[in-house]
Design a protein around this ligand. Structure first.
Ligand code: ASP
Ligand code: MG
Length: 420
């Protein structure tokens, strides 16, 4: 799978740490130069901003006005990649390779107009083909795009992965390589679960659940695109170019799926907050209207719980969202409750986390949920909310207990290397 066919290009993405200093940019450029001189010339490089830079830019814009327009926010935070693409291109030139850097609007990475979480709609590849005709290597800014009205957008934090896979799809690349500061996707975050081990091959379905559940390695939209367009994704460590440790993410055959482990990974998401609408009138259309309002504002809702006692004309809806959306969503709902004279109020609960187990084998093994609950109960951890799908079980718990819950679940379900 990891070979070049019919002159198809490859896309290589380098993350923030991989381009975090001039030395590192130079190291990456040297590696690309070696490939180029060995005959692999049809490469498109996608880079993130230098590590820490996007955080700095976010702090700047929030420091001046946390409620500024999303348009201003995007113009500030997209600036980091402008520097890194041109530095990478300059480093390639230094190593004797013609190169050209492109920002999103220069190439034509067209997105919708949901600022700060825009989705790519189309990528113009003509300029990349032109580069390759001239034996040049294009370096493309990740994370950013442009709307039909020439507004600058960004794809959400970590979005350069998505830029890379979208570009690989648009180019019909052989595969998309995500070069990062870890060896690949692990069964859990090794900083939290020391026994975590690398997963060598992972099905897209599992990768997608893990990415959207808080495993930080890949942006979830990038896995979604890979799955949809059958674009294999290879995650590997920039700083170990000769090491064979890496994760291949691909579509498993049905036979492979049957042999898959019950649990492939444990994830922990600390950015969970719960909003509850209390005392809502229990009449038709209210819940739909609330969630429509939230959706129209581009906020993703995760777990939803609804209660109403039989004899009451009032009800309660609780739901979790990412903490970044808290302020906005709370204000939105408070305004709505007042405007519509609903007599309801909004409650916020912070200090929560979500621990999840994910695996294809869950589909054919009953009893996984009860084992999850016993493990957490034995560890004295209280459950606030539960949500399940065919291949995952998620529990919202206190933030303080997140790490110990992840360790306990990993111990229960993930087999050591060799036994897996
Ligand atoms: N530079 C952006 C961020 O830090 C995008 C990325 O690195 O993927 O979120
Ligand atoms: Mg990233």
């Amino acid at each position: 799978m990891y070979h070049l066919e019919h002159d198809r290009p490859i896309v290589q993405k380098y993350g923030g740490t991989s381009v975090g200093s001039l030395e590192r940019i130079d190291e990456v450029a040297k590696r690309v130069a070696d490939q180029y001189h060995s005959g692999i010339k049809k490469i498109a490089i996608v880079v993130s901003a230098m590590s820490g830079e996007t955080n700095r830019l976010v702090d700047l814009v929030n420091g001046i006005n946390p409620r500024t327009s999303p348009r201003n926010y995007d113009m500030v935070v997209a600036a980091g990649e402008q520097v890194s693409v041109a530095l990478m291109s300059a480093a390639l030139e230094k190593h004797g390779i013609p190169s050209k850097a492109f920002l999103g609007y220069q190439l034509g990475i067209v997105t919708d107009n949901f600022h700060s979480k825009a989705r790519i709609q189309k990528i113009e590849c003509a300029k990349l083909h032109k580069c390759w005709e001239e034996d040049a290597i294009p370096v493309v800014a990740g994370f950013q795009g442009v709307t039909g009205d020439l507004e600058i957008t960004t794809l959400g934090r970590g979005g350069s992965d998505t830029s890379a896979v979208a570009l690989a799809v648009a180019l019909d690349a052989a595969f998309c390589e995500i070069n990062t500061d870890v060896d690949g996707v692990f069964t859990a975050d090794p900083r939290i679960v020391p026994e975590a081990r690398l997963v060598k091959e992972m099905d897209f379905e599992v990768a997608l659940e893990m990415a959207s559940l808080g495993s930080k390695v890949l942006h979830s939209r990038c896995v979604e695109l890979g799955a949809k367009y059958h674009m294999p994704i290879v995650v590997r460590n920039t700083f170990k170019p000769n090491d064979h440790a890496r994760t291949f993410i691909m579509n498993f055959s049905n036979e492979r799926k049957l042999e898959a482990p019950i649990v492939s990974g444990v994830t922990l998401d600390r950015n969970v907050v719960r909003l509850s609408l209390h005392n809502l009138p229990a009449r038709g259309g209210i819940i739909g209207a609330a969630f429509q309002l939230i959706a129209e504002n581009g906020v993703n809702v995760d777990i939803i719980v609804h209660n109403r006692s039989n004899d009451s004309d009032r009800m309660r809806v609780g739901f979790t969202i990412g903490s970044a959306d808290l302020l906005r969503t709370k204000e939105l709902l408070e305004r709505w409750v007042i405007e519509k004279k609903l007599g309801a109020y909004v409650e916020v609960e912070e200090g929560l986390s979500k621990v999840s187990v994910v695996g294809l084998g869950m589909q054919s093994h009953p009893g996984v949920a009860s084992r999850v609950f016993s493990v957490l109960e034995d560890a004295g951890i209280a459950l606030h909310m539960i949500s399940t799908s065919e291949i995952k079980i998620s529990c919202v718990i206190g933030e303080k207990e997140g790490e110990s819950a992840a360790r306990a679940l990993h111990k229960e379900f993930v087999l050591p290397e060799g036994e897996a």
